[in-house]
Write a protein that binds this ligand. Structure first.
Ligand code: NAD
Length: 296
């Protein structure tokens, strides 16, 4: 049993902290929002009155926050209060540069650090089936792995500081682009009089096969569990896809990488989001693609 501080108890962090309690760890939690603190308390965590208060005496500190600025602010706040030799893990999705800065801050305080963003969404957070993409030194990863295994199924060491965030944004850039590609194919099939099922039956067993088609099909019918069958309720909200595509574009600019389709995917999700669809599942982009008919 470890003594774990958990900061950031939102849609993801709340159920992740609950799974650590279920795994018999001592969990001290904190969030700015009272309702999240109350939920964590009813899930069995002890509640601290501040982030710095939560980390006192902890072996492991975990943060699950919206963006890089929140992570740097909380890490600046808590690191002086963390026991030297302890471990800090950030599971938020943030920009690679902030992740590297966070590692530097931890090193200055003698605290081992891992960036460990996740894939799997709120369902994976509840079911403890998340994939963790980790960046940091081998010894820090080895210490983080048994803790992360209480919240996820697949724990991958991607490389040094920031490598987890790099893997996350590259993966989600593929996801955003491939969802638009699949949506365009269905929109063209509709114009050609080809049924959804016929396109699915061919493409799902041919060279067009991909996760966006076979696990998350953007039209209702072929994949019964996909959000298209549930009025495009997330799932994975378009606002979060736009966030990740923007992180990918920021990284591409910073490194000089060419990502023309990633840029176009960001523009399409930005337009979808601006039309009030940020809370719609990201597979709902097919509605936007259909709406572009005649304009391109
Ligand atoms: P959320 O907005 O539901 O939760 C974030 C929580 O952080 C909130 O409860 C907020 O009050 C808290 N917080 C903010 N600043 C704080 C501070 N200074 N001290 C303490 N608490 C603070 O977001 P979420 O959906 O849980 O996502 C968290 C992270 O996980 C994000 O980086 C997101 O991109 C990533 N992510 C989300 C999903 C998803 O499906 N929701 C999937 C993969 C990755």
């Amino acid at each position: 049993m470890a003594h774990i501080a958990f900061i950031g108890l939102g849609n993801m962090g709340g159920p992740m902290a609950a799974n650590l309690v279920k795994a018999a760890h001592k969990v001290i939690a904190f969030d700015l929002v009272e309702a999240s603190r109350k939920q964590a308390k009813s899930d069995g965590a002890a509640i601290a009155d501040s982030a710095a208060g939560a980390v006192k005496g902890a072996d492991v500190v975990i943060t699950m926050l919206p963006a890089g600025k929140h992570v740097l602010s909380v890490w600046n706040d808590v690191l002086p209060a963390i026991t030297r030799g302890a471990l800090i893990i950030d599971c938020s999705t943030i920009d690679v540069e902030s992740a590297k800065q966070a590692h530097g801050l931890a090193a200055r305080h003698g605290v081992a650090a891992v960036d460990a963003p996740v894939s799997g969404g709120t369902g994976g957070a509840k079911g403890a089936t998340l994939t963790f993409m980790c960046g940091g030194e081998e010894t820090a990863f080895a210490a983080a792995k048994p803790v992360l295994q209480n919240m996820g199924k697949k724990i991958v060491h991607c490389g040094g500081a920031g490598a987890g965030q790099a893997a996350k944004i590259c993966n989600n850039m593929i996801l955003g682009i491939s969802m638009i590609a699949v949506s365009e194919a269905f929109a063209l099939a509709e114009k050609l009089g080809l049924s959804h099922q016929a396109l699915f039956d061919v493409a799902s067993t041919s060279s067009g096969q991909c996760w966006s088609l076979t696990s998350y099909c953007p039209v209702p019918g072929p994949v019964p569990a996909s959000p298209a069958n549930n009025d495009y309720k997330p799932g994975f909200a378009s606002a979060l896809m736009l966030k990740d595509l923007t992180l990918a574009q920021d990284a591409a600019k910073a490194t000089g990488a060419a990502t023309p389709l990633g840029k176009h995917a960001q523009e399409l999700y930005r337009a979808f989001d601006a039309a009030g669809n940020g809370g719609v599942d990201f597979s709902g982009i097919i509605q936007h693609v259909r709406g572009l008919a005649g304009s391109e």
